[in-house]
Design a protein around this ligand. Structure first.
Ligand SMILES: CC(C)(COP(=O)(O)OP(=O)(O)OC[C@H]1O[C@@H](n2cnc3c(N)ncnc32)[C@H](O)[C@@H]1OP(=O)(O)O)[C@@H](O)C(=O)NCCC(=O)NCCS
Length: 140
């Protein structure tokens, strides 16, 4: 599923199109949540993803997000980014909207974690969780 955004920008959920080296570079070097993530771990996260959406500028990978799900009850959104030169013009919102609203999981419950981008996700229908939500931290 592709979507043209104009000016050579495009959203695409074709997993085969992901520039894995570039996604790994950004996430392992520039993100706050996946610093130092090994390339093989990143590749596995893409392999196992239920859906990925890439943002491309004339074919160059400039943004990314991934989701995984049981396909029925809940879907989790992760590793959302847009390169810094492309920020502040609605592309992050378009990227996440394509994942959340324009795909096979639009109707089920979405979860995510964020340190500081609550405002972005609020625009897309996310809200603070109820008291029913619990989490267990990883032990490795
Ligand atoms: C988060 C990120 C993807 C947003 O991309 P973007 O293209 O700049 O986002 P948009 O231009 O579509 O902005 C959409 C909304 O996000 C929020 N937002 C964007 N940048 C923000 C910032 N620096 N601080 C707080 N909120 C911000 C705003 O609510 C904004 O809506 P507004 O323009 O109406 O105020 C991008 O800043 C990024 O890659 N950051 C580094 C990685 C990261 O933090 N990812 C999120 C992990 S949860």
């Amino acid at each position: 599923m592709k979507r043209e955004l104009g000016d050579g920008l495009e959203l695409d959920d074709d997993k085969a199109r992901i520039d894995r080296a570039e996604v790994h570079r950004f996430l392992s070097e520039e993100s706050y949540w996946a610093k130092g993530r090994p390339r093989e771990t990143q590749d596995r996260l893409i392999d196992e993803a239920s859906r990925v959406v890439g943002l491309y500028d004339d074919g160059r990978q400039v943004g990314f997000c991934r989701a995984f799900t049981d396909g029925v009850a809940v879907v989790y959104l992760a590793d959302v980014y847009v390169l810094s030169d492309y920020r502040g013009r609605g592309l992050g919102e378009a990227l996440v909207r394509q994942m959340v609203d324009d795909g096979p999981y639009a109707g089920i419950k979405w979860l995510l974690h964020t340190t500081d981008m609550h405002a972005l996700y609020r625009k897309l229908g996310f809200a603070e969780p109820s008291q029913k939500v619990m989490e267990r931290d990883s032990i490795r």
